[in-house]
Structures are given as C-alpha cells and as structure tokens.
Design a binder for this molecule. Structure first.
Ligand code: NAD
Ligand code: TYD
Length: 344
C-alpha cells in the first residue's frame, strides 16, 4: 500500500491523474487537497468519489497548519504530487499576485512540510512555459529558464525552489515539465475547450494575433502515464520533459475542431494578440522516452476523442460557462471581439 497526497487534484490534469492512479494501482490510496478555486471542480471526480481508496480535503496549499496536519495524520502520504496552481496565462496578465501566492509560496509550504515529515518522493508538476519561446529546435531539461508571463515566471520560481530543496536538504524531488495538455475536464478558458464549446454553440472563436503560434500538444491521459512512469522510475533531483512532438499551428487546430463538428471556418475571429505571447513551444522528451514512454494515440485521434467528449458531456461545461466565467470572458474578450476580424 502506498499513500499519495495529490494537491490540485480537482483540476483538469490532477483529476485525470487521480482516476489513472486509482485504476492503474489497486493498492494505492489518494488524498486530494484542493482549494476549489474557479478552476477546481468536484464534478471532475464524480466517478471516484465513492472509492474507499480516495478522500477529498478542501483547503489551500498555502495553509501550513493544514498541510502539516495531513502529514501528521494516520493517512500521512508517502508521495506528494503537486498539481495545484493558478494555471492560465491570460489571467496571470490580469492578476499576477494570485499566481505568486499559489505557484511559489504554496509550493514552498508543500516542500517544507515534505522535508519536515520525510516523504519518499515529491513530484512537482511543471510546464514547458518555464523555458520560454523557441523558434527552432527543442528545449532540453538542461536549458536555462526564460519565462515570459507571470504564470510562467511563478512556475519557474516553484521549480527552482523544489530543486533547491533537493540540493540543500536532500528532499527526493522530481519535476515533470509538460507541453500543452488537452482532453476531458479542461476548464473552458483554455484554447481547445474554449474553441470546441464556442463552436458547438456557433459562437466566435477568438484567435490571438495571426494565429500562427505553435504549441506542442499532449493528450492528458498520456501525460498521466508519463507522470506515473516518472514516479516509479525517475531519479531524485531530475527534471523530465513530457511532450508528444505534436506541434501544431493554432489556426490549424481551430480549423480541425470546426471540421470535426461540421461548423463553418467563418466562426474564427482574428482578435488582438496576447501581450508577450510566446511564439512557439517545443520540447525534447528523449529523457522520458528512454524510460519507455510514448504517446498512446495520434494527435488527430486524441483531438477527435476530445471534441466528442465535450459534445457528449455538455452537462459538465454548461454549468461552468456562467457566472464567474462570463465575467472573465467579458473582461478578456469583450473589447477584442468587438474589434475582431472574421477569417479572410
Ligand atoms: P487547473 O487550473 O485545471 O487546476 C488547478 C487546480 O489547483 C484546481 O483544482 C484549483 O482549485 C487548485 N488550486 C489552485 N490554487 C490552489 C491552492 N492555493 N491550494 C490548493 N489548490 C489550489 O490546472 P491544470 O491545467 O490541471 O494544471 C495542473 C498543473 O499542471 C499546474 O501546476 C500547471 O502549471 C501544470 N501544467 C498544465 C498544463 C496544461 O496544458 N494545462 C501544461 C503543463 C503544465
Ligand atoms: P492556452 O490554452 O491559453 O495555453 P498557453 O498559453 O499556456 O500555451 O493557449 C494556447 C494557444 O492558443 C496560445 O498560443 C494562445 C492561443 N489562444 C488563442 O488564440 N485564443 C484564445 O482565446 C486562447 C485562450 C488561446
């Protein structure tokens, strides 16, 4: 039996990972610690809520007393996996402070508790955005960090702190840095679920700038398999990039979504670009692949499955696309869409 503390487990990747862990390892127990911010959602975990090997604690990773109490309880974790973060670049341009608090200070609180209470492994979930933009070639784990947005800078801060805890205190820290994920249960402010759900409703798809930016897309279930592998075979103090080498131009992704749904190209609107928008992300994942990981399906298969999931699970996202979401949508897109140009 092995006990896991999964912080941020009610978010997009965290909830997919909790489901993966419970299914793949019948002797593993999972405690999810999640603040349930606008992005956290217990609907993401409905199908595991009655599993006796799962329990949920609502709370903030910045709350040192709570994190300490979890480590002191009879269910104290052997392994900590930290997904908890403020995670959306556009929101980090509107409110950087909340990113610093959770992504840096919160990571510190988790690291400090793990050091004090001695865990087997501390896995920090990070992002390719810490490397910044790259026009040619791909980033390796040894490349310097050069973050562009407050989100990426905060994640870089969390990474540096985690590595410092390994170097200074011998805490068994491992970091995964994945590229852009997509799949079921992704909050519909991110590019793919926003465009899929807007397209289903015949609403405009707000494409930033010329739409020729490149992202290296990764199906979320393949990321979960990669994280599982790194937990079992990763070496302490090491960083592992997780990318499927499925680079696509944003415009191409938008057109693919419209094709699967049978919707017109004219729904795409070119809108004012994101400030500091990274042009291209690209990861060299040879280190992970040498442990035996490879994507389970092609990008096109995974995209089609994903579009179908949002089409079939409108109960999940229609609830979210109200209230707070609409307020954010107006703030980030109102002006942009008023000046937006349909695809030529
Ligand atoms: P998400 O926004 O969907 O989920 C984040 C979760 O963390 C939510 O459930 C939220 O309630 C919780 N949370 C936020 N602040 C908290 C706090 N202070 N205390 C406790 N819980 C808190 O994010 P995601 O897309 O699932 O990303 C998960 C992790 O993976 C993040 O660390 C992110 O930086 C990283 N990542 C994401 C992607 C991607 O494409 N989505 C790519 C690479 C890395
Ligand atoms: P996003 O999902 O926000 O991920 P990230 O910025 O972390 O890579 O965006 C993915 C790409 O899609 C990025 O190049 C920005 C672009 N994008 C748009 O063109 N329009 C949008 O409304 C959003 C949310 C993103």
């Amino acid at each position: 039996m092995r006990r896991f503390l999964v912080s941020g487990g009610a978010g997009f990747i965290g909830s997919n990972f909790v489901r993966h862990l419970l299914n793949a390892h019948p002797d593993y127990h999972v405690t999810v610690l999640d603040k349930l911010t606008y992005a956290g959602n217990l609907d993401n975990l409905l199908d595991v809520q009655d599993n006796p090997r799962y329990r949920f604690i609502k709370g903030d990773i910045c709350d040192a007393a709570l994190v300490g109490a979890i480590h002191e309880s009879p269910d104290r974790p052997h392994v900590v996996v930290n997904f908890a973060a403020e995670s959306h670049v556009d929101r980090s341009l509107l409110d950087p402070g909340s990113f610093l608090r959770t992504d840096v200070q919160g990571t510190y609180v988790l690291l400090e508790a793990a050091r004090k209470h001695v865990v087997e492994l501390f896995l920090q979930i990070s992002t390719d955005e810490v490397y910044g933009s790259i026009l040619e070639g791909s980033f390796k784990e040894t490349d310097p960090l050069n973050p562009s947005s407050p989100y990426a800078a905060s994640k870089a801060g969390g990474d540096m702190l985690a590595l410092a805890y390994h170097t200074s205190f011998g805490l068994p820290v491992v970091i995964t840095r994945s590229s852009n994920n997509f799949g079921p249960y992704q909050y519909p402010e991110k590019f793919i679920p926003l465009f899929v759900t807007n397209a289903i409703d015949g609403e405009p798809l707000p494409l930033y700038g010329d739409g020729l930016q490149v992202r290296d897309w990764l199906y979320v279930l393949d990321n979960c398999r990669a994280i599982d592998l790194v937990i079992h075979q990763g070496a302490p103090g090491e960083v592992y990039n997780v990318g499927a080498s499925s680079e696509r131009v944003n415009l191409e992704v938008a057109e693919g979504i419209l094709r699967v749904l049978g919707k017109p190209r004219e729904l795409v609107r070119h809108v004012t670009d994101r400030p500091g928008h990274d042009r291209r992300y690209s990861l060299d994942s040879a280190k992970l692949r040498s442990l035996g990981w490879a994507p389970s399906r092609s990008h096109e298969e995974a995209m089609e499955e994903t579009v179908r999931w949002y089409f079939d699970n409108q109960w999940w996202w229609r609830k979210i696309k109200s209230g707070e979401f609409l307020e954010y949508y107006r703030q980030n897109y109102g002006e942009r869409l008023r000046g937006g140009q349909p695809l030529g």
